[in-house]
Write a new protein. Structure first.
Ligand code: ZN
Ligand code: ZN
Length: 306
C-alpha cells in the first residue's frame, strides 16, 4: 500500500501537501471544504494554481478527498437531504477544481426509514449528484462504516446494494476503513478475517472498485458498532494485523491513509507511519517511502476523523 494520512488544509488547501511532506506521507486525504459546514466558496484561481504547483513537486503519489460530515444521502425526504445533495454537488465541483480523482463518502443514516429504504435513498441521491456533475470525472468512494445508530455501510453488502442500484456505477468506488470493519464485526486481526473482507468486496462490487483504504486501529471492541480510531498498535486490532493488511499483494498501489488521533506537531502521524513502514515485508521501501522525521509545534489531541 502507498502509506499516508489525512492532512489538514488549515491555512490553505496547498498546506495539506506541506503537512504530507512533513510526515513523509506518500498518499494524502483532505477535506475539500470545512467538513462541518454545508456550503463554501469555490477555490480562487490563485489557490488552484498554488495547490497544483505544490502537487507537481510533491512526493505524494495520490491525493484524494473526504466529504463533509453533515451530508446524509440515506435520510428520508427532508430539507437536510436536499441540502446534502447540494453540498455534495459542490464538493464534487471543488474536487474537480483541484484535480482530485475521488471523494470518500459515508453512505448515510436511514434515521428510522429502514435499511433498504435508506440504501435506495442514497442511490437516488447519487444519481442526482452524478447527473448534476456529469461533465466531471470525480468519483465517489463509498466507505464502510462502524454502523453507529442508523448509519448504513457496516455491512459490506450495503455498499454493493448502492453500487448495483445507481445509474452510473462507473462514477462509484469503495474505500475500506480497518477500524470500521472491526467495529462492525469483521475480525481483520487475522489474515483469514481480512481475506474474508476482501473476498466479500471481490464477489460484490469487485476489487477494481477499491479506490483507497483507511488504516486505523480501533479503541472499541470487535462488533461494538462504535467508531473510535486509535493509533496503529494502540487499539483492539493491534499492530500485527496491519502486517497482512499493508502487505496485501492485491493492493500494492492503493493509498492507505491514517485517520488517527494527532496533535498539532503531527508526531503521531510520523510514528504511526513508521510503524506501518516497519511492517512492509518487501524489504525494499523506495527512497520515497523513507519518512523525514521533522516536527513542529504541538497542540490538541483529538481525533477529528471517521
Ligand atoms: Zn475512515
Ligand atoms: Zn470516513
Amino acid at each position: 500500500m502507498i502509506l499516508g494520512a489525512h492532512c489538514s488544509t488549515a491555512g490553505g488547501v496547498h498546506r495539506a501537501l506541506d503537512r504530507a511532506e512533513q510526515i513523509g506521507a506518500l498518499s494524502c486525504q483532505i477535506f475539500v471544504k470545512n467538513n462541518m459546514q454545508w456550503s463554501a466558496r469555490k477555490y480562487a484561481e490563485c489557490e488552484i494554481k498554488e495547490f497544483k504547483e505544490r502537487r507537481a513537486v510533491s512526493k505524494c503519489g495520490i491525493v484524494f478527498g473526504h466529504t463533509g460530515y453533515l451530508i446524509n444521502l440515506a435520510a428520508p425526504a427532508s430539507a437536510n437531504r436536499e441540502r446534502s445533495i447540494q453540498s455534495l454537488v459542490l464538493e464534487v465541483e471543488l474536487a474537480a477544481q483541484l484535480g482530485l480523482p475521488f471523494l470518500v463518502l459515508h453512505p448515510g443514516a436511514h434515521l428510522g426509514g429502514g435499511t433498504e429504504a435508506g440504501l435506495r435513498q442514497a442511490a437516488r441521491a447519487l444519481d442526482e449528484i452524478f447527473a448534476a456533475t456529469r461533465k466531471l470525472r470525480v468519483r465517489i468512494a463509498l466507505e464502510n462504516t462502524a454502523g453507529q445508530g442508523t448509519c448504513l455501510g457496516h455491512e459490506l453488502r450495503h455498499l454493493d446494494a448502492i453500487y448495483q442500484s445507481v445509474q452510473c456505477p462507473d462514477r462509484l468506488g469503495v474505500c475500506i476503513d480497518t477500524a470500521h470493519c472491526f467495529a462492525a464485526g469483521y475480525d481483520v486481526r487475522t489474515e483469514a478475517g481480512w481475506d474474508q473482507v476482501v473476498a466479500e468486496v471481490k464477489t460484490s462490487v469487485g476489487l477494481d472498485q477499491v479506490l483507497a483504504f483507511h488504516l486505523n486501529d480501533s479503541k472499541t471492541d470487535l462488533g461494538s458498532r462504535v467508531d473510535r480510531h486509535a493509533g496503529i498498535g494502540q487499539g483492539k486490532i493491534g499492530r500485527s494485523a496491519f502486517a497482512h493488511i499493508v502487505n496485501d499483494p492485491r493492493f500494492v498501489k492503493h493509498p492507505g491513509c491514517l485517520e488517527t488521533p494527532k496533535s498539532a506537531d503531527l508526531h503521531e502521524d510520523i510514528e504511526n507511519l513508521a510503524v506501518l513502514r516497519s511492517l512492509l515485508r518487501h524489504g525494499r521501501p523506495s527512497r520515497r517511502q523513507v519518512g523525514r522525521d521533522r516536527v513542529s509545534p504541538k497542540e490538541d489531541d483529538r481525533c477529528e476523523f471517521t
